[in-house]
Design a protein around this ligand. Structure first.
Ligand code: NCD
Length: 300
């Protein structure tokens, strides 16, 4: 990687990605070999927004490497409540830890915070910006199930506010992947992301109707409408409940379609899909542990 911090998927070259994924596969194959690699190291978890998977999988990853974690806890119980700036918080935390994982509601916050610290900082989501460690586990899951070359990936749902989408779309430009984006008109990919994808030479098409592309997809990456990022609840309600899949919708898909979702899901994927061989979203969430172990190993 070009720098010690992981802020955006735009930093990741194909060889960086392959190095992390290969190491994750090695961790998966022989976790014991990594179990005391970071004895005595401390990972700080600074989450200014809710998290289940990201926080717990980083915590498990650190522990499985022999390290420990410290957790800032909720914003309500931290000094942020007293008015402390993010820059001050991370400068203090770097004195307690060997690496920092940060999630924050403002786009650009991770980049800004990283300029104040020398220990590696991982962006675990900055508003509607980026979520690059999620992308690594998404790529790992795609590679395991569909391979990463000569495939068609559909990315559906909230492409405007979905940070996992912005990171994944960029990372996929490193591979021979055709990208099909499916969303309501109001939740299209942001212009900046479209521009970056174009600059990276991506093969991209946009649709409002899943049926136009479903039969050609090898992977369908479904996302949640990011309710908390809409300026007006009314705007959220106008698109909520659209773009849901169930087994009937998927009837016209390839039989070996890989269905993914970064989770949490609300109502985008009917529970009946969970019992089919296509459903890979729980496996995807579990892949967070070996991939984040590999990432920490790479950064530290
Ligand atoms: C995602 C996020 O926080 O961006 N969750 C996650 O980390 N797996 C997706 C979401 O919240 O919809």
């Amino acid at each position: 990687m070009q720098q010690d911090h992981l802020i955006s998927a735009t930093q990741l070259s194909r060889s960086d990605i392959e190095a992390v994924l290969d190491r994750a596969a090695a961790v998966d194959a022989d976790p014991e070999a990594y179990s005391d690699r970071y004895d005595g190291s401390v990972l700080a978890l600074c989450f200014f927004e809710p998290s289940t998977r990201t926080k717990l999988s980083f915590e498990t990853a650190a522990q499985r490497l022999g390290g420990d974690t410290i957790d800032m806890g909720s914003v309500e119980s931290s000094s942020v409540k007293k008015g402390e700036s993010l820059a001050d918080t991370v400068r203090v935390v770097e004195g307690y830890a060997d690496a920092i994982v940060l999630r924050h509601p403002s786009e650009g916050s991770a980049k800004m915070a990283s300029e104040f610290v020398d220990v590696p900082l991982v962006n675990a989501g900055d508003g509607a910006g980026q979520h690059p460690s999620q992308t690594l586990l998404d790529l790992y899951t795609i590679r395991e199930n569909a391979g990463l070359d000569d495939i068609t990936v559909g990315i559906m749902g909230d492409l405007k506010y979905g940070r996992t989408v912005h990171s994944l779309a960029h990372a996929l430009t490193n591979f021979d992947v055709r990208q099909q984006f499916i969303s309501p008109e109001s939740l299209r990919l942001p212009r900046k992301v479209r521009y970056d994808l174009h600059e990276a030479g991506a093969q991209v098409r946009e649709h409002t109707d899943l049926h136009e592309v479903l039969p050609e997809l090898d992977v369908l990456y479904v996302t949640r409408i990011q309710r908390e990022r809409f300026p007006e609840e009314r705007e959220y309600r106008a698109v909520a409940g659209e773009y849901q899949i169930d087994n009937e919708v998927l009837a016209e898909a390839k039989s070996d379609l890989t269905v993914m979702h970064p989770l949490p899901r609300v109502d985008e994927i009917a529970p009946e899909v969970d019992d089919t061989a296509r459903a890979k979203y729980f496996e995807q969430a579990h892949n967070g542990v070996p991939v984040r172990m590999a990432l920490l190993d790479y950064l530290l």
